[in-house]
Design a protein around this ligand. Structure first.
Ligand code: SF4
Length: 365
């Protein structure tokens, strides 16, 4: 058995850590690229969303490298994600590869489903080794997400553009290669220290833009035109509520205890949307309502043909809580140049709005 898992941001790092600690034979697909998307789009049924196409492209790249067992998220929620693994398995078999896709449930009992899946692919490794490998993977994820949150703050105000991104890229590589807790701890402290040293404009008051939308495109930069880095280049500080380490903490440990991190956001969305509509549509509406007072604007990332985000997109303009929203559809048919032009125009609008508010404030005082 040679396993592989499609990319979604930095999720490959904890999985690689677990595979190596448990001696599981694995291959990682190459980093997401135009080839990944082209492969996925060529073989996916027309009209499916970009998470399906990107993960299918990754799976084909993995089987080309010798993988025969693919891990993929699935579930029993309202969106069509639950059907994806069976369809992808059939497509890849039709291409002549003898593979199996093991679905990891992300709807309920996630913690046990993932542990059981690891037990199966590790040839029945003892539970204490599985838990220890899982814990080490999570420690890496936490370190990376902490560093990324600092990078989001530095990007818009750094004096030498690109410095924070360079440090972040090196940090990911070093953390991915860390073999034990000591190395991991040192790497985290080292890169946090380097970020602290980055020369920044202390007077700058960057625009604050929230980024919300569907889970996959939020976490996989290639699928969403690397929107956060592009906003950083335009001098905008990005706020994103969804991080995979946070999702893991709540989904695996706190949700089963009745602590739901989304209650606040669902409550905020309630006057406009009374129920879960699948995917992250409910949360997208809630984020707009909840943060209308704290952000200058909101970028809403929606995979083309994604029903939950289409509903959210249509509800957003009618909320009382007003804040400019730019919805960006993510698909292989959308060109990055066009997205960047819209992004620049959006940032321009937010700057003018802020200037007008400042003028008004001066007049009032
Ligand atoms: S939420 Fe939307 S984009 Fe995500 S898997 Fe479901 S349909 Fe596709």
């Amino acid at each position: 058995m040679r396993v592989s898992i499609p990319h979604m941001g930095n999720v490959y790092i904890p999985f690689r850590a677990a595979f190596e600690r448990l001696g599981i034979d694995y291959v990682m697909p190459p980093a997401n690229s135009q080839r990944t998307l082209s492969l996925g789009s060529r073989y996916a049924p027309e009209g499916l969303c970009i998470p399906f196409k990107m993960t299918l492209g990754n799976m084909i790249e993995s089987v080309e490298l010798g993988a025969d067992t693919l891990l993929a998220p699935g579930g029993y929620g309202i969106c069509r994600l639950g059907y994806y693994t069976r369809v992808q398995e059939q497509i890849i078999r039709n291409l002549g590869y003898d593979i199996e896709i093991i679905q990891m449930g992300v709807s309920e009992h996630k913690f046990w489903e993932i542990l059981n899946m690891i037990k199966r692919i590790s040839n029945n490794a003892p539970w204490h080794r599985i838990l220890s490998a899982f814990r080490f993977g999570l420690a890496k994820l936490n370190a990376i997400d902490q560093i990324e949150q600092i990078v989001q703050k530095i990007r818009p105000v750094e004096l030498v553009p690109g410095t924070a991104n360079q440090i972040y890229t090196k940090a990911i590589h070093t953390i991915d290669n860390a073999d034990d807790y000591d190395t991991l701890k040192r790497a985290k402290a080292d890169y946090l220290g380097q970020l602290k040293q980055v020369a920044t404009d202390k007077q700058a008051r960057p625009l604050i833009v929230g980024v919300t939308g569907e889970f996959y495109v939020l976490l996989e930069p290639f699928s969403s035109f690397d929107i956060e880095r592009e906003l950083g280049k335009l001098g905008v500080e990005v706020r994103r509520a969804t991080f995979i380490s946070g999702w893991t903490k709540f989904s695996f440990f706190l949700n089963p205890l009745g602590i739901n991190e989304k209650s606040r956001i669902h409550k905020a969305a309630l006057p406009y949307l009374k129920r879960d509509i699948g995917g992250d549509g409910w949360e997208s509406v809630g984020e707009k309502v909840l943060h209308a007072g704290d952000y200058d604007g909101l970028v809403h990332l929606a995979p083309f043909t994604c029903m939950p985000e289409i509903i959210a997109e249509n509800i957003m303009p009618s909320t009382r809580e007003s804040i400019p929203v730019l919805t960006i559809l993510c698909d292989e048919q959308i060109a990055k140049a066009g997205v960047l032009t819209r992004l620049e125009a959006f940032v321009d609008l937010l700057e003018r709005k802020r200037r007008a508010q400042n003028e008004q404030h001066k007049v009032t005082v």
